[in-house]
Design a protein around this ligand. Structure first.
Ligand code: 5GP
Length: 349
């Protein structure tokens, strides 16, 4: 047994230190980023925020809403083949430019991808190879084989939280490594297994490892407010993935529930009992569920939330003197804090 004594940080442990700047208006802050990917050789230009590949977040409707702002969606993996084909072939309405096709590493996942790919060709630019535990040899082998088969697809793969495996994944063929174990809003991994890593430190350490190799990272999970999204970018994330912050909107999917005259939507983890009942015929005997379900007050169209997140980010940039999102991490000094939000009147919603 060993103990690492070095302090590791979550979003709640820091604030940005404001800095003098010559920036005029926050409206001038450029949030778009251009990336060139190490393996696929492709480039992208977008606002690098991704809605999570959960069936109550990463929907076609969400893709359309976010694409208007040049933002991404990782589509959940439970639509029928024909629906993906229609979506990725819709050239009148090319939202698919920003969409990630998500898959796990099982044979049926791969067969489904092949079927969709057959009928959509190079319209799928991004894939998200997603497993709960990205530390297995099987996963690394899968990424390697997938890269060999699809040399020009931009691959995001995860989840992991440490530098060593980030490097291994990039060398195996990943362009973007997805970072986060246990911080998610409907995740119970830390409770059920005791495994995890404070998310801001995971982002900082994995970004450093990835950037040294010409790779990219996506911070996944744990953002509860726009300031957390900014902290992820400040820590060096190239992309940030959000689940809960995009849940419970008109575009999110998720069953509607009416209670006491109010409208709610169901939102649940993809390893929760609910998701496993729905897609895998129940929780297998050898495992425990690592996600939970919550019922959230319905939040209407996602447009307002998008504006809040982008407005927050622009404002962070002006406080620290960054003209562009690209410059944010260079302009970032975090101060460690023991309290950051005054909750005397309760938690703001
Ligand atoms: P959020 O933005 O809601 O805090 O986190 C979203 C992320 O939580 C997802 O992108 C995914 O990585 C993770 N996640 C989604 N469902 C589950 C689950 O059932 N269990 C665990 N451990 N993580 C989940």
């Amino acid at each position: 047994m060993r103990i690492e004594e070095e302090l590791k940080l979550d979003f709640k442990d820091v604030l940005f230190r404001p800095k003098r700047s010559t920036l005029g208006s926050r409206a001038k802050v450029e949030l778009k980023r251009t990336y060139k990917y190490r393996h696929s050789g492709r480039s992208s230009e977008s606002v690098p925020i991704i809605a999570a590949n959960m069936d109550t977040v990463g929907t076609f409707e969400m893709a359309v809403a976010l694409a208007k702002h040049e933002m991404h969606v990782a589509l959940h993996k439970h639509y029928p083949v024909e629906d993906y084909v229609t979506f990725f072939n819709d050239n009148n309405h090319p939202v698919h430019r920003y969409a990630f096709y998500s898959l796990g590493i099982t044979d049926p996942d791969l067969e489904k991808f092949r079927a969709v790919r057959n009928d959509t060709g190079s319209n799928i630019e991004f894939v998200c190879i997603d497993v709960a535990n990205g530390y297995t040899e099987t996963f690394l082998d899968f990424v390697k084989r997938f890269r060999e088969s699809y040399p020009t697809v931009t691959i995001m793969a995860g989840n992991v939280v440490t530098a060593d495996i980030t490097e291994a994944l990039i060398l195996a063929g990943a362009d973007i490594v997805k970072v986060g174990i246990g911080p998610g809003s409907v995740c119970t991994t830390r409770k059920m297994t005791g495994v995890g890593y404070p998310q801001l430190s995971a982002i900082i350490e994995c970004a450093d490892a990835a950037h040294g190799l010409g790779g990219h990272i996506c911070g996944d999970g744990g953002c509860t407010v726009p300031g957390d999204v900014a902290k992820g970018f400040g820590g060096g994330a190239d992309f940030m993935m959000l689940g809960g912050m995009f849940a419970a909107h008109d575009e999110s999917g998720g069953e509607i529930v009416h209670q006491h005259g109010k409208t709610y939507r169901r939102f649940y983890g993809m390893s929760s009992d609910v998701a496993m009942e729905k897609y895998a015929g129940g929780v297998a005997k050898y495992r425990a569920s690592e996600g939970k379900e919550v019922i959230l007050e319905a939040r209407g169209p996602v447009e307002h939330t998008i504006q809040e997140i982008l407005g927050g980010l622009r404002s962070t940039c002006t406080y620290v003197g960054a003209r562009t999102l690209k410059a944010l991490s260079k302009c970032t000094t975090f101060v460690r804090v023991t309290q950051q939000i005054n909750e005397v009147y309760g938690r703001a919603v």
